[in-house]
Design a protein around this ligand. Structure first.
Ligand SMILES: CC(C)(COP(=O)(O)OP(=O)(O)OC[C@H]1O[C@@H](n2cnc3c(N)ncnc32)[C@H](O)[C@@H]1OP(=O)(O)O)[C@@H](O)C(=O)NCCC(=O)NCCS
Length: 221
């Protein structure tokens, strides 16, 4: 068994990260195959994500999962809301009996600096160019810290995308970092304004893992 991390957010909502070290046959004992995933490693990630749903809530009806046109997996009767993410050998899932949820995990890498203009709005980009980042420059710290925070924002926006579930979102326009980031112990509270049809304040919760270097972000509301 390779549960890497579990956090019970409240009595209705649980989150977990699985370290994938088992063969496909292990997951297939529990997970019914509904969608043919041809690439073997992607299939393993897919199976591990599904497995984790039933690990968190043993009565999760895996065989009833449907896939929407947007590719969001869901249960018709909404007995559980859930969201899945994979990254390398890790699969994450969040499951709630009460709230809509979204989760994302990402590996921290320098590549994020090249992608950032695609998901940062103008105001957000200016936040990352202010005195704070110049201060980090002086100490030669900017590169890594910058990449960590950019990855966290990217992860947060992917979690919001999954929470919303209906697709067709512009990451620069429809979700904007708004307000102060709050750090409490290992957790980071990241306030967003989600505005697809009308403004909705959303609090994304994130945390960094050091070994492996991962960001985790989730929405539950
Ligand atoms: C769907 C998407 C969020 C998946 O993210 P990813 O980092 O590629 O992959 P992850 O492993 O984190 O997530 C994959 C899981 O997301 C879930 N998913 C897929 N589409 C989804 C949707 N529309 N809503 C909610 N969840 C979805 C699935 O559970 C999938 O895993 P599964 O197929 O094994 O069940 C991503 O591919 C995407 O389309 N993002 C939006 C693209 C975009 O608009 N980018 C513009 C900014 S640069």
């Amino acid at each position: 068994m390779a549960l890497f991390y579990q956090h019970n957010i409240n009595e209705y909502t649980k989150l977990g990260i699985w370290f994938i070290e088992e063969p496909e046959s292990f997951f297939l004992e529990k997970v019914p195959v509904k969608r043919e995933v041809t690439h073997p490693f992607k299939r393993l990630q897919h199976l591990a994500g599904r497995y984790l749903l039933s690990y968190l809530f043993p009565d999760f009806p895996l065989e009833e999962i449907r896939i929407a046109d947007t590719r969001k997996p869901f249960l018709e009767n909404e007995q559980f809301h859930f969201s899945i993410s994979h990254c390398g050998n890790y699969a994450a899932a969040i499951v709630s009996t009460d709230n809509r949820v979204g989760v994302d995990i990402e590996q921290i890498s320098p590549r994020i600096e090249r992608v950032a203009p695609k998901f940062l709005g103008e105001e957000e980009a200016s936040f990352f160019n202010d005195d704070y980042t110049l201060f980090l420059d002086q100490w030669g710290m900017r590169g890594r810290v910058f990449q960590e925070f950019l990855t966290m924002i990217w992860s947060a926006k992917e979690a919001i995308y999954k929470w919303y579930g209906l697709g067709e979102l512009d990451f620069r326009r429809h979700m904007q970092l708004k307000g102060n980031i709050a750090i409490q112990g290992d957790w980071i509270g990241i306030p967003f304004l989600f505005d697809k049809t009308h403004p909705v304040p959303l609090s994304v919760v994130g945390r960094f893992f050091e070994e492996p270097e991962l960001t985790l972000a989730w929405v539950c509301t």
